[in-house]
Design a protein around this ligand. Sequence first.
Ligand code: FES
Length: 130
Amino acid sequence: MSAAPLPAQYLCASHELAERGDGLRFEVLLWGQPQAAFALRIDGRAVAYVNRCAHVPSQMDSPPGQFLTSDKRWIICSVHGAMYDPGSGYCIEGPCRGEQLMPIAVQEQQGAIHWWPTPDIEPVSSAFPE
Ligand code: FES
């Protein structure tokens, strides 16, 4: 029998995500291992991804929180320059063209943004139940 799905996890207040502003970094467990993730607001909608380039599994922002190109149009990986569509997470240019960042489902309601765990992407706190 599989475990019950984990509830939505609080991420931040809506006003903390500015339109095409800096990414809000947060921690998750990816396949049981600590992993950075991030959220952005794109065209009014909150989106979130695991901070792990599809080319080489490394974090993409440098400095931390800076995920977008200077024109704020694309997510860019600071390692080798892969560019991703921030709305879908698909790489549109670079060494991993056509591949996709791992999306994290988010929901914005009543001034708050929550993210939804999956069997692969879990909240850090759930790994150490009391
Ligand atoms: S690690 Fe991101 S483009 Fe190579």
